[in-house]
Design a protein around this ligand. Structure first.
Ligand SMILES: [Zn+2]
Length: 338
């Protein structure tokens, strides 16, 4: 039997530990069109969330990003343990720097991790937004329980993440899992990265809108999409029309899914993950998107991985900001404090 004094010490120590275990994390998601800030509990629940439009230039985005973060911390009333930042473009994870943004200017080389750490006075960790989303799905979403997972995010662009043993495998240059830049059609359409024939140039929401426009230009007039001007036609419009049975939209979706299935099969040949999780705006089409992706995958995969599950992501749009917080959770202690 323990002496009474020992029990008291344990209780005090336990209370301290409980306070530390309950401290939430801050996630920041820097997207091309929206900034998000969220306080996230250690079991992945959103405790507070705020969003704002992303200013078109990096320097003009920093103050709104910090204000959004400070406002969210104040709203929740608890100082987070650390902050994770998901950025919509390639980053240098070890240096906490942005490498490039394909869609907005001024981000190249910006030490975003260090800037946020100093401005908020919190340890900060930076990752690509697809890596953050993949980590969120692995820890709290459709990848839970899988020892290895490939995450693919199909939205305006295509990102990916590789999770091994519940942790991100980011590679030597922080570019592991860039499935959007697998070349599936050598010499094919030009990609935002400057190369040709990448999966992103054939299967992203942007590519789906472009392909539907091309089919309409080629004279296929069996489509309600003709009522939308070409400049305004989006992947979202095409997806919605496909769900309503529009023949042209359905063809654009099926072709995009076919090319993505090739990229996923190539990635699985290399990684042999236990599960493939597909998220992002295009994946919100559900089975109308996943079914042709799986069909293409099975046409291109070799051997036992034929039956590798390809499933829908579970966390929706919030995966990015939850994943940014998850990044801080998994990395805290391994990086420098401000
Ligand atoms: Zn590319």
């Amino acid at each position: 039997m323990e002496p009474a004094g020992f029990t008291v010490v344990l209780c005090r120590h336990g209370a301290t530990l409980r306070a530390a275990v309950d401290t939430p994390f801050l996630g920041l998601d820097v997207g091309n069109s929206r900034l998000s800030a969220a306080i996230v509990s250690r079991d992945g629940h959103l405790l507070a969330l705020a969003r704002a439009d992303t200013p078109p230039q990096a320097r003009a985005a920093l103050d709104p990003l910090v204000s959004l973060a400070e406002g969210t911390i104040a709203e929740h009333g608890t100082r987070p343990a650390a902050v994770g930042i998901g950025f919509g473009g390639p980053v240098d994870l070890k240096a906490g720097r942005v490498r490039a943004s394909f869609l907005s200017s001024g981000w190249e080389g910006l030490a975003l991790g260090e800037i946020v750490a100093q401005r908020l006075g919190l340890p900060a960790f930076l990752a690509n937004d697809a890596d953050a989303g993949g980590l969120a799905e692995a820890m709290f979403g459709a990848g839970q329980g899988a020892a290895s997972m490939l995450y693919v995010n199909v939205g305006t662009g295509i990102g990916g993440a590789v999770l091994l043993g519940g942790r991100l495998h980011t590679g030597a240059t922080s570019s592991a899992g860039e499935i959007g830049h697998f070349v599936v059609v050598p010499g094919g359409p030009r990609c935002e990265c400057g190369k040709r024939g990448c999966a992103q140039a054939l299967s992203s929401g942007t590519a789906i809108a472009r392909r539907a426009g091309g089919l309409l230009d080629a004279g296929d007039d069996r489509s309600a999409l003709r009522q939308i001007t070409r400049a305004e036609l989006s992947g979202w419009d095409v997806g919605r029309a496909a769900l309503q049975g529009d023949v042209v939209a359905r063809r654009a979706i099926d072709e995009a899914a076919w090319w993505l299935g090739i990229a996923v099969a190539n990635a699985v040949h290399l990684l042999d993950p236990e599960r493939v999780v597909i998220g992002g705006g295009v994946a919100e089409l559900g089975e109308a998107w996943l079914r042709p992706v799986r069909a293409s995958y099975r046409s291109h995969i070799f051997g036992p991985a034929t039956d590798t599950p390809i499933v829908a992501a579970a966390l929706g749009y919030d995966a990015g900001v939850i994943g940014a917080a998850a990044l801080a959770m998994s990395e805290q202690g391994a990086r420098s404090a401000p």
